[in-house]
Design a protein around this ligand. Sequence first.
Ligand code: ATP
Ligand code: MG
Length: 158
Amino acid sequence: EQVNYIDFIHHVVDRFELNLKEEITIHRNLPDSNYYVWIDKDKVIQVLDNIISNAIKYSPEGGEILVEVVKRKHQLLTKITDQGVGIPEDNLEKIFNRFYRVDKARSRQLGGTGLGLAIAKELIEAHDGEVWADSEESKGTTITFRLPLMQEKRGHRS
Ligand code: ATP
Ligand code: MG
């Protein structure tokens, strides 16, 4: 389905904010442009749910999260940055593996199965995209995924 991506991201973040129980602030840095992508909305919502939930789960109380969209050539990059515990460099690629969790003891307390990012990776790759992580321990983490931009808007905006 053809989707106005910035509108879509605003809706997803709005809904997150409404349900937020933690003392966390979500900031947005979103362009004021109509960028169209061809996506399965439910699946990309699932990806965002996973990544934003992680950002919240691995952040301290009072933490701030930034949701950004940047256009790069024929791609849209979506970046979710937190100020949480971070991920050690040698674990950065493994976090996308099924059932992989950094620091088992810590993660167990926080709950989860270690499937969230593995599913996110599968869903993004099914959209001809890619997802990766940048992180600095005890500073925070950025998860970025890219999705191909539609060349031309087709039909009408809904
Ligand atoms: P689930 O998502 O299945 O409930 P989970 O959150 O542990 O469980 P993933 O979302 O796949 O699993 O993440 C894998 C691991 O990567 C996590 O256990 C955590 O150690 C690490 N991780 C993911 N996101 C972050 C983040 N934003 N900050 C710090 N560590 C993270
Ligand atoms: Mg998770």
